[in-house]
Design a protein around this ligand. Structure first.
Ligand code: NDP
Length: 481
């Protein structure tokens, strides 16, 4: 079977597909490495053309009533839902994630973001600040041209999560997807035009890191929103700072999932599975350090192993497939190196193992030390480390002993304890008796090295707008001389 996902052209600039003039970029189906599309990167001139087109379009877009901008976003969401099946298939081809995931998680979550911000935008107002006889009023203004740069794990969701708040606030965006998964953002650009967006307000440039770097330092770019790893985040943040640009950094994690003895075993096991193996473990907020209170640890491991025996791995396009490949061979090797480190550093392998080719099965370690590689570094693959603990204070201290701070979860039937523990965890996104649910209504983001800023919810608005403060003088002006 040939799998063709070739877009009309590689880039989307000023409302139209444009062929890239840079080096070739082959897009592979992660399941078997078949070429599904061949793209060309943007040249620096094409990146500049994209930001110019965004800057041109932005002023008129910002001058529309918010309800008019919202209408475009809402229509785009409706189109995404109508074409759900086709878009899910494309996302699966691009990422290798099981179709049973991409049908419910990826584009649907992107559509939620477009709908949410479509509705929120028209409700946003400024303030008046009374000063006796006079007053100040404030206006939330757009920043201008925003650069969005995405990771490969949720390419379409990331594009929508960044585009929706940016566009509703009257900004324009130039988006660079990961070179691994370049197709979804092009679809979003096409859909926005179909939904009535003016040319230029959402552009897509393709390429590797150098194209992202050219975009970040473009003088027309006022804001950079990156989803990526901590090292890339550091580089992009520093480059953005040169031009005093605003930033949102959604970076990596090594999040703790804490399970107390009184938790429901079945729910805790389900949550640990969702927190580690969904999208073959390529989820930034994954709870990869699973702290299980000693009294429950063996039962937890036994039930977890039992549940993992039945996992169906295979072609992600098969609706029966529950666990797909990781995104490419290099990532598979990276994950395998982490598994090898776990074994050589003395942890006990309970389930899974290195796998073959691009496939790494759900893998569980225990009897590990907090200082081991598997318990310390972000692996970005299906590898869980189950760590034992005895008391609350101890587990809080160990959970926080990391430079990351993206997410955290607690399982217990004692709600007072749940809130007490969550209150002390150094993480931006937390769950009690749940894990990895990220509804658009809730702020999402990290603390410490895991990032700055928040996506989703009304909190995202602050990161795509700036406040103009206007003092209104109503009396005579007194000067000393
Ligand atoms: P990378 O950090 O490797 O890349 C992220 C994006 O930045 C890619 O589009 C990449 O391009 C681009 N890029 C690389 N170098 C530069 C540069 N100097 N200037 C501008 N752009 C650059 O991340 P991955 O794609 O490997 O994604 C995995 C990481 O993303 C994990 O650490 C994960 O935790 C994190 N992540 C965080 C999320 C969050 O919301 N907190 C959500 C999802 C993932 P290219 O790939 O083409 O080289």
């Amino acid at each position: 079977m040939t799998l063709n996902a070739q877009p009309k052209a590689s880039l989307f600039i000023d409302g139209a597909f444009v062929e890239g003039e840079g080096p070739e970029l082959q897009v592979l189906y992660p399941y078997d490495g078949r070429v599904i599309a061949t793209l060309r990167e943007a040249t620096p001139e094409q990146v500049a053309r994209a930001t110019e087109s965004a800057a041109r379009a932005q002023k008129a877009w910002a001058a529309l009533r918010p309800v008019e901008r919202g209408r475009v976003l809402a229509r785009a969401a409706a189109i995404i839902r109508e074409r759900g099946a086709e878009l899910a298939r494309l996302e699966t081809l691009d990422t290798g994630k099981p179709i049973q995931e991409t049908e419910v998680a990826d584009w649907p979550s992107g559509a939620d973001a477009l709908e949410y911000f479509a509705g929120l935008g028209p409700t946003l107002t400024g303030e008046t600040v009374p000063l006796g006889d006079e007053f100040v009023y404030t206006i939330r203004e757009p920043l201008g041209v925003c650069a969005g740069i995405g990771a490969w794990n949720y390419p379409s969701q990331i594009a929508c999560w960044k585009a929706a708040p940016a566009l509703i606030m009257g900004n324009a965006m130039v988006f660079k997807p990961s070179e691994e998964t370049p197709l979804g953002a092009l679809k979003l650009a096409e859909i926005l035009i179909e939904a009535g967006a003016p040319a230029g307000i959402f552009n897509v440039v393709q390429g590797r890191g150098a194209v992202g770097a050219a975009l970040v330092t473009d003088p027309r770019v006022a804001k950079v929103s990156l989803t990526g790893s901590v090292p890339t985040g550091r580089r992009v943040y520093a480059a953005a700072a040169e031009g005093m640009r605003h930033v949102t950094m959604e970076l990596g994690g090594k999040s703790p999932l804490i399970i107390f003895e009184d938790a429901s075993l079945e729910d805790a096991v389900s949550a640990a599975i969702l927190a580690n193996f969904y999208s073959s473990g390529q989820v930034c907020s994954n709870g990869t350090r699973v702290f299980v209170q000693e009294g429950l640890r063996e039962a937890f491991l036994a039930r977890l192993s039992e549940r993992l025996e039945d996992v169906r791995m295979g072609d992600p396009l098969d609706p029966e497939t529950q666990h797909g490949p990781v995104v490419n061979m290099a990532q598979a090797e990276k994950v395998r190196a982490a598994i090898a480190a776990g074994i050589s550093e003395g942890a006990r392998l309970v389930s899974g193992g290195p796998g073959e080719g691009r496939f790494v099965p759900p893998t569980v370690f225990t009897d590990a030390d907090d200082s081991m590689t598997i318990a310390r570094d972000e692996i970005f693959g299906p590898v869980m480390t189950v760590l034992g603990f005895t008391d609350e204070a101890e587990v809080i201290a160990r959970a926080n002993a990391t430079s990351f701070g993206l997410a955290a979860g607690v399982f217990t039937r004692d709600l007072a304890r749940a809130h007490r523990v969550i209150g002390q965890l150094e993480a931006g996104t937390c769950w009690i008796n749940a894990y990895n649910l990220t509804p658009v209504e809730a702020p999402f983001g990290g603390v410490k090295q895991s990032g700055v800023g928040r996506e989703n919810s009304a909190a995202a608005i602050a990161h795509y707008s700036q406040i103009k403060s206007v003092y209104v003088g109503l009396g005579s002006v007194e000067a000393p001389y």
